[in-house]
Design a protein around this ligand. Structure first.
Ligand SMILES: Cc1cc2nc3c(=O)[nH]c(=O)nc-3n(C[C@H](O)[C@H](O)[C@H](O)COP(=O)(O)OP(=O)(O)OC[C@H]3O[C@@H](n4cnc5c(N)ncnc54)[C@H](O)[C@@H]3O)c2cc1C
Length: 453
């Protein structure tokens, strides 16, 4: 049987970045994904815009993540990084999920990554303490794939859990953030909306001056409190959200709506997941009626698309060599083995009802994520990338954001390829060499480089 250098399980943004990085570092790579396209939560769940490549004015995310944005811009699938009109983060990065799907296939071809689609992870192939690959359910039956190194980028830590790695889920009571089904509305008159928000500036959370509220500048809208509260009071909407929240897409007449909310869900319980899909789709129809009837500029709105699957903010996390904490995030800590940086706040949507709690870093600062968060406490030759790395519930509420998971993917892929090429276990990898390679490949690790020089 052919044995790959690196097997990446899960083709979300973390897995894609991992596969590209591993292949560019010289490895023979196979990327396996359960759907017929790549991009995971960004495409299957249509989650965007990406937040955030910046800490204050400073771009702190580079590497493959920034390369993907530049390629999307060249394809007309993103305007690039734009000011966040809702003041939540410095910049947001809208993108078209359909163009992103196509781009990711291009990137796999260009970097020589092998692909296996429509293949569901079933079990880890164990060779004593080491993960030696995985078995997948495919249209042709079960298929075993062997590899020198395996990366779990499933977001749910399926491979790690199957290999016996300890995992955690949720807060102290095991509760996870709610799930949301994203949808896009087209045929929107953004100028009519902008005109309303110029007349009623207090109805939008924004530092944009009244005259600056134009159709073009409304990259994000959070508010419309009066319309929303009135609709709730009339019983027209039941969605447990405290405000109206939507974002511009690359297209002038379209917005993407992040408002549905299914609470009290265990995303790894098939019955809960089923209930969540059904409940959320009902909420989409309720919200469509609200937008059409009540929101200026939306009278002609149509559903352009709903996501293939409900977006899962949080599920299982591995316990790794280091567990990133809320203090690490909020105090903007640096680590000698840092492989990624982020400035996104800790942003916890209430697992049981309305409300979102936000804790911010000091303005302009960023925290770092150590390589050890990607290395499971037990199981050899396995690395983890993306949402399911080793963090607390609170830290995950920041590390889960897309620019960060792409950077973590690049780190895991590069590390897996270097470890396979040198026959050194991922656990014992020389992180100084890894960081040198990541910096050479555009990852922004300036702070730790300076702090630990
Ligand atoms: C509702 C919601 C709103 C969000 N808002 C934002 C936002 O505004 N901005 C932002 O930047 N981020 C946001 N996020 C966070 C971000 O989108 C995700 O955390 C991130 O995309 C996760 O990336 P990932 O690669 O780790 O996981 P995923 O993208 O989920 O990738 C996992 C991949 O593994 C595959 N997979 C899973 N199980 C198996 C299996 N058994 N066999 C084979 N393949 C498998 C999946 O199909 C998927 O492709 C939001 C998330 C949600 C859910």
């Amino acid at each position: 049987m052919h044995e790959y250098d690196v097997l990446v399980v899960g083709g979300g943004n973390a897995g894609c970045a991992a596969a590209i990085a591993a292949a560019r570092t010289g490895a023979d790579v196979l990327l396996v994904e359960r759907y017929g396209f790549l991009g995971g939560t960004a495409t299957a769940s249509m989650v965007g815009p990406w937040m955030t490549f910046h800490a204050g004015e400073d771009r702190i995310v580079g590497g493959i993540a920034q390369e993907i944005v530049e390629r999307l811009v060249a394809l007309g699938g993103s305007p690039g990084h734009v000011h966040d009109a809702s003041d939540y983060v410095p910049t947001i990065t809208p993108f078209d999920p359909e163009i992103h799907k196509a781009l990711l296939f291009d990137l796999m071809r260009e970097s020589g990554v092998g692909l296996l689609l429509h293949a569901w992870f079933l079990d880890a192939e164990l060779d004593g303490a080491r993960v030696a690959g995985a078995t997948f359910a495919t249209v042709g039956g079960a298929r075993a794939i062997r590899a020198a190194r395996t990366i779990d980028a499933t977001a749910d830590a399926y491979v790690a859990a199957a290999a016996g790695v300890p995992t955690q889920q949720g807060d102290a009571r095991g509760r996870v953030q709610p799930a949301s089904l994203m949808f896009r509305l087209s045929h929107v008159d953004r100028e009519a909306l902008a005109s309303y928000l110029r007349r009623r500036p207090e109805q939008m959370r924004s530092s944009l001056k009244t005259h600056e509220r134009t159709a073009e500048s409304l990259s994000a809208v959070a508010g419309l409190y009066e319309l929303w509260d009135a609709a709730r009071a009339r019983g027209e909407v039941s969605v447990p959200r405290e405000l109206v929240s939507f974002f511009a897409t690359p297209y002038a007449d379209e917005v993407t709506v992040n408002m549905t909310r299914v609470t009290n869900i265990d995303p790894l319980d098939p019955d809960d997941l089923t209930r969540a899909e059904v409940e959320a789709r009902g909420q989409v129809m309720e919200l469509l009626a609200f937008f059409r009837a009540r929101v200026p500029g939306f009278a002609q709105a149509r559903i352009a698309a709903t996501a293939t699957q409900i977006g899962i903010r949080e599920s299982r996390r591995i316990v790794g060599e280091y567990t990133l904490t809320a203090a690490d995030v909020l105090e903007a800590r640096a680590f000698p083995d840092a492989v990624a940086r982020s400035a996104y706040p800790i942003d916890i949507h209430n697992p049981a009802g309305t409300g979102t709690a936000t804790q911010r870093l000091a303005p302009g600062t960023a925290y770092e994520i150590p390589y050890r968060c990607l290395v499971p406490l037990i199981a050899e030759d396995l690395l983890v990338a993306g949402r399911c790395i080793s963090t607390t519930h609170e830290a995950l509420a920041s590390t889960r954001l897309t620019p960060t998971v792409m950077t973590l993917g690049q780190a895991a892929g590069t590390a897996a390829a270097m470890s396979a090429a040198t026959d050194v276990s991922p656990r014992r990898l020389d992180t100084e060499r890894l960081r040198e390679r990541l910096i050479a490949d555009g990852v922004d690790l300036r702070r730790s480089a300076a702090a630990h020089a």
